[in-house]
Write a protein that binds this ligand. Structure first.
Ligand code: P6P
Length: 331
């Protein structure tokens, strides 16, 4: 059976996410719709979180929860809310047999042992920015399970490696709310239309500019960075590049994806393995950036080629325009 070409499948800006998903699925004759439904479940959870975030200042769900997550970080109330909402949406959707969340030590078994997929996620990254109204985001990574259908998921389903992801993306809760994802055939962005309650295709086939004039790094840690990073930052200043760092990974990543630029979170004395988590921050964003023509490195090789060993392991990350990432590693 012939598969439709990307051109035949190209849909105009303005179609709904649901229409886009169904059209994309028709390119894969053997697709049986589970991944499509899973993407819809994620979009639904994103709509719900969007609603919670938009009223955070009005109801008592902003601020700290007084608890710590598995990372030892102070949890915000919305971290908990987002985690619960995504777990519930994925459980009810039925396509996911297990979830790995930044907020939980171990995998969460959904009871859907017939589900073909597992999801690793950071339900709400950058949540400390909620109280000051800075953009925050959800990051997700999807794998087909390797354990037998109808049995329980295991760690093996989550430690397959970045190149085994079947889809990945993020939801950016910013001046508008956007869902950006890829299933391995390019990157597309959907903007949430509140009046319709729908994500609408707004950014077709997003391509990462080969270079840009923005670098995103916390220069407060400068003296703790490796020499090659210090050299690179020095070069950025000599070239009069623009320093843009909002302390929220998804916001910094998305701006650099569209305009060209690089985000750096190197290893530091405090975080010798880097701060960002491989499975549900680095891998999914590396999948997106490679699908858009950019690059993601840990300073030694591609992020997607790192062999994972534990759920919450961290990695240094240099991600964005390919020429800028290449320049860091050579700096
Ligand atoms: P720092 C938020 O905690 C986060 O994981 C990313 O969203 C953000 O880019 C980074 O950490 C900020 O870390 O050390 O610069 O405050």
């Amino acid at each position: 059976m012939d598969t439709k070409t990307a051109q035949e499948l190209a849909l105009p800006v303005g179609v709904t996410l649901d229409r886009f998903i169904m059209h994309s699925q028709s390119a894969f004759p053997y697709a049986t719709g589970e991944l499509s439904q899973l993407l819809r479940d994620i979009a639904l959870a994103g709509k719900i979180i969007n609603r919670e975030i938009n009223r955070a200042g009005l109801v008592d769900i902003a601020g700290g929860n007084g608890t710590e997550n598995v990372q030892g970080e102070n949890q915000q109330k919305l971290d908990i809310v987002a985690n619960i909402r995504f777990i519930r949406a994925l459980k009810n959707g039925g396509e996911v047999c297990a979830i790995l969340s930044e907020e939980d030590e171990d995998i969460i078994h959904t009871g859907n042992n017939h589900g073909k997929y597992v999801v690793a996620m950071d339900p709400l990254d950058g949540s400390s920015n909620i109280d000051v109204n800075v953009s925050i985001g959800t990051i997700f990574s999807i794998y087909r399970r390797v354990t037998p259908i109808n049995g329980p998921a295991s760690i093996d389903d989550f430690l397959q490696g970045g190149r085994k992801q079947v889809a990945a993306g993020y939801i950016l809760y910013g001046s508008s709310t956007m869902l950006v994802y890829s299933t391995g055939d390019g990157v597309n962005g959907f903007t949430f239309d509140h009046s319709l309650g729908e994500f609408i295709l707004s950014h077709k086939n997003i391509c990462s500019p080969a270079k840009g004039s923005i670098y995103s790094v916390n220069e407060g840690h400068f003296h703790s960075y490796p020499a090659f990073v210090q050299n690179y930052i020095g070069q950025c200043k000599v070239k009069n590049l623009s320093a843009r760092y909002i302390g929220s990974l998804v916001g910094d990543f998305h701006r650099n994806l569209l305009k060209g630029g690089i985000y750096l979170y190197p290893s530091t004395k405090k975080d010798p393995k880097g701060k960002l988590r491989l499975l549900y921050e680095c891998y999914p964003l590396a999948f997106i950036i490679e699908q858009s023509g950019g690059k993601a490195s840990d300073g030694f090789g591609c992020i997607l080629d790192i062999i994972p060993t534990s759920f919450h392991q961290r990695s240094p990350v240099y991600i964005g325009s390919i020429e800028m990432v290449d320049a860091v590693v050579k700096a």
